[in-house]
Design a protein around this ligand. Sequence first.
Ligand code: PLP
Length: 375
Amino acid sequence: MAIYLDNAATTKPCNEAVSAAYEAMTVNFGNPSSLHRAGLDAQLAVDKARKVIAGSIGADSSCVYFTSGATESNNLALRGAAAAYGKRKKKIVISSVEHPSVNETLSALEKNGFTAVRVSPVSGAFRADDLINACDEETCLISLMMVNNETGHILPVSEVFAAVKKRFPDIITHCDCVQGYMKLPVRVNTLGADMISLSAHKIHGVKGVGALYIRKGVRVIPIVSGGGQEKGIRSGTESVPLIAAFGAAAEKYSADISERYDKVCDLRKQLLAELSEIPGITVNSPADGSPYIVNISVEGRRSEIMLHFLEQRDIYVSSGSACSKGARSGVLKEFGINDRAADSALRISMTHENTVEQLAQLGAALREGIKKLKG
Ligand code: PLP
């Protein structure tokens, strides 16, 4: 049995998600826009998922829009709000460690006349004041991730959004909650977010579906035009199987978030104890980060070499971010990790289903790899 420790890249779909997708493909295969019974049944399946997902973040169902994933949700949030609110106010504030679907989207907006402010962490941590003070009357949008996907750093999102809204109520706030959803509490009001991006495949749903929460009254200009589905915000026939699977996973994992969190905290404790015994390993993740992600560097052993060594022992981890396909991570540099350490970085990302035995096997394999692999 393989030991899968790359859950920040994607998770295994749960049985409930697979069954829901299967049912939507075999029984409920109508087009939600069709006016007959089959269409209505498909629409009901979509609405059921919408209700569950909205409930899971303390939102009204009417504020949740399905997309093809968080990459699209982030694009829609940034481009859509920039188009709606950026006529005169041209500044957009983000952190310097956002996912490429935020960072690159902002680079594209810069080419269209927007000014980007990318706030860096100081000594490996974000200071709320730096993020708050980056906003001014020229700012139309601030977008911050809840949990960094490479290191597990938790950003002070609710503190920053509350202060920004107090000073500048017109600034739109967006949070990429992909790595926090179903792991930490995500509530729209506590976060103070006008928009929230979610992805199904990080919560044991299926790849290719996500959602964007948009607070009532917040304007977003669509980036896809077509048949007007999702109240015109995201045209295109809804992927009923993927949406139904997303709803099923959200329903399953809305319960027991803190129990799972505690279990993963115990796993991390075990993992860190194991790693502390291995010479040459340093931990790049902060002690107060998400327990689900542990980023380490193995001195003198390149990430890909060690990754494939572990793979030969049926242990799957990631080198930095899954999206960067082996390219050196700018995010680690932002957190103060030097190039040498970044070149040997591995990301171990867990779920509640991982076990202490699996982590012990990882530790043993790392020891073996350090011995066998040259620097
Ligand atoms: N945002 C974060 C923080 C992520 O970790 C990811 C995926 O790795 C995404 C956005 C993109 O999500 P998706 O794969 O649904 O497009």
